[in-house]
Write a protein that binds this ligand. Structure first.
Ligand SMILES: Cc1cc2nc3c(=O)[nH]c(=O)nc-3n(C[C@H](O)[C@H](O)[C@H](O)COP(=O)(O)O)c2cc1C
Length: 194
């Protein structure tokens, strides 16, 4: 049976290059992964006062994370860090205390940038956040993508053979990582949140 992998796109832009990257990742993923976007678009700004009576969008978001076998974070870097909308989504998912939706969930971090270092600093910040949230992370390969429109089609096609090979390898390594994590935490890993 395929593993259900949610993915978060850390950009709200309708022309997001990271959504294009995510579409490309869906195309090259092995059949053992079934990828679905979990939208962060409708989440309100995090407010501790609303934790116990959250908006419906928050409940939907947390249920989607908890119903996933793994999570991919596909995000830009904003000012050398995690974009606000994505950090906001993670903050909601981590709360209330004792109901951290990310605990034990095998995660992969990847991102595309127009800049030369391909979201490396955002990814470093994200690793700290996910470590605190007790989410295992694929350590290698790392994937820092400098986006060029000549290479990535809006439909997820990849016109450069080396890039396609690398992203295919990334997704197959992520799939193997998901298998490894689930083999030691299943069954019921999603029901046992910190
Ligand atoms: C507020 C803001 C901050 C940015 N900061 C960075 C940055 O720190 N590093 C980087 O490589 N690109 C940075 N960029 C450029 C982004 O890589 C580029 O806008 C990219 O298209 C964003 O991804 P998206 O299309 O998925 O939204 C920044 C863009 C914005 C709007």
């Amino acid at each position: 049976m395929a593993h259900r992998i949610g993915y978060l796109v850390g950009s709200l832009s309708h022309d997001s290059i990271n959504r294009v990257l995510a579409t490309a990742l869906v195309r090259v993923a092995p059949p053992s992964l079934e990828l679905t976007e979990i939208s962060i678009r409708d989440l309100p700004l995090y407010n501790r006062d609303d934790e116990l009576t959250p908006a419906a969008a928050v409940t939907t978001f947390k249920e989607a994370i908890e119903g996933s076998d793994g999570l991919l974070l596909v995000s830009p870097e904003y000012n050398r860090s995690i974009p606000g909308p994505l950090k906001n989504a993670i903050d909601w998912g981590s709360r209330p205390w004792g109901h951290n939706s990310f605990a034990r969930l095998p995660t992969g971090i990847i991102g595309a940038s127009t800049g030369a270092i391909g979201t490396a600093v955002m990814q470093s910040s994200m690793r700290s956040v996910l470590s605190f949230l007790n989410a295992p992370q694929l350590n290698a390969p790392e994937a820092y993508i400098t986006f060029t429109p000549e290479v990535f089609g809006a439909d997820g096609s990849i016109s450069d053979a080396g890039t396609e090979e690398f992203l295919t390898h990334y997704m197959s390594e992520y799939a193997a990582f998901v298998e490894r994590v689930l083999s030691v935490t299943a069954p019921g890993h999603v029901g046992d949140r910190d």
